[in-house]
Write a protein that binds this ligand. Structure first.
Ligand SMILES: Cc1ncc(C[n+]2csc(CCOP(=O)(O)OP(=O)(O)O)c2C)c(N)n1
Length: 308
């Protein structure tokens, strides 16, 4: 979770230095969802996510320096610098792609689940998406098809309570989003998305169900984005005190405090791990900044399939 937090903090910094092109959507505060779910997966499983997807891609195990490199448009970036912040993919770790289109990746995840069922690989397919995406047509079609075919899919709503600048209640009549699962005949599980241990437990159950051939699960992880929607949004529309209330429930602080309270690690050890992760993330950013831009000739590579 610290890797994701420090990665996002660094991206914010790189943005102010005008080193990141395009827009970017940060996920500070939502780390426990990505980490809790991805820790329940095994090699060969796949994941798709939104434009707010840096955390999920890192949680799958994508290298930190090459992830920075992609945001910086470097040749050694995960996608050769062509995808940028909103289009991160690393097939070697099962990260099939983040996606700028709200809900656009859900059919991709269903396709991966169908491939798994057809080829009998046993792989599970996870899709992360926001609360706003549950109002998109692709959400309905994806859950419907996954359920009727009993596909090994897990749909994870990162309910951060806002779609851009609109609170959930302004756009969505049913605000306990896990209840939407009933329409598709699948279990709908609500979980505290700032409790990484609880998220992992829910994800393990969903993975077991998927691997057993019992079909998909809809998970609603209740969380909060501590930053605005994207780079230029200070989040001024949030009611006074709301952000502070969620920061008091910060997923990383909660886990650190719990580990210390249980006597598993001392506070100093926790601090040392934190410092080490921070150093590693900063080093990775420095490495990526030093990498070259892609050669102009590379711009069409991997865009079209070669004619055989
Ligand atoms: C199909 C589509 N419609 C509209 C947009 C513009 N848009 C970008 S982010 C966003 C809000 C989505 O909110 P949510 O699904 O809750 O995800 P969050 O940003 O909170 O993680 C919208 C409407 C888009 N990218 N794609």
């Amino acid at each position: 979770m610290w890797t994701i937090r420090f990665f996002e903090d660094e991206v914010k910094e790189l943005f102010t230095r005008n080193l990141v092109r395009g827009s970017t959507h940060l996920c500070q505060g939502q780390e426990a969802v990505a980490v809790g779910v991805c820790r329940a997966l095994s090699a060969g499983d796949t994941m798709t996510c939104t434009y707010r997807g840096h955390g999920a891609v890192l949680a799958m195990g994508a290298p930190v320096d090459r992830s920075f490199g992609e945001l910086l448009g470097r040749a050694q970036g995960l996608c050769g610098g062509k995808g940028g912040s909103m289009h991160l993919a690393d097939l070697s770790v099962g990260a099939l792609g983040s996606n700028a289109i709200v809900g656009g990746h859900l059919p991709t995840s269903v396709g991966a689940a169908l491939a798994s069922q057809y080829l009998r690989t046993g792989a599970v397919s996870v899709a992360f998406f926001g609360d706003g995406a549950t109002n998109i047509g692709a959400f309905h079609e994806s859950l419907n098809l996954a359920s009727i075919w009993k596909l090994p899919a897990i749909f994870v709503i990162e309910n951060n309570h806002y779609g851009e600048y609109s609170p959930l209640e302004a756009t969505t009549p049913v605000t306990r989003l896990a209840d939407r699962a009933a329409s598709y005949g699948m279990p709908g599980v609500y979980v505290d998305g700032n409790d990484v241990v609880a998220v992992r437990a829910v994800a393990r159950d969903a993975v077991a169900r998927a691997r057993a051939g019992d079909g998909p699960t809809l998970v609603e992880a209740d969380t909060y984005r501590q930053q605005g929607h994207s780079r230029s949004d200070p989040g001024a529309y949030r009611p006074d005190g709301e952000l502070d209330g969620w920061i008091a429930r910060d997923p990383i602080t909660r886990l650190s405090d719990a580990v210390v309270a249980a006597g598993t690690l001392g506070a100093e050890q926790v601090g040392a791990i934190r410092d080490e992760v921070l150093r590693d993330v900063k080093d990775a950013a420095e490495r990526a900044i030093a990498w070259p831009q892609p050669e102009p000739e590379a711009r069409f590579a991997n865009v079209w399939a070669e004619r055989s």
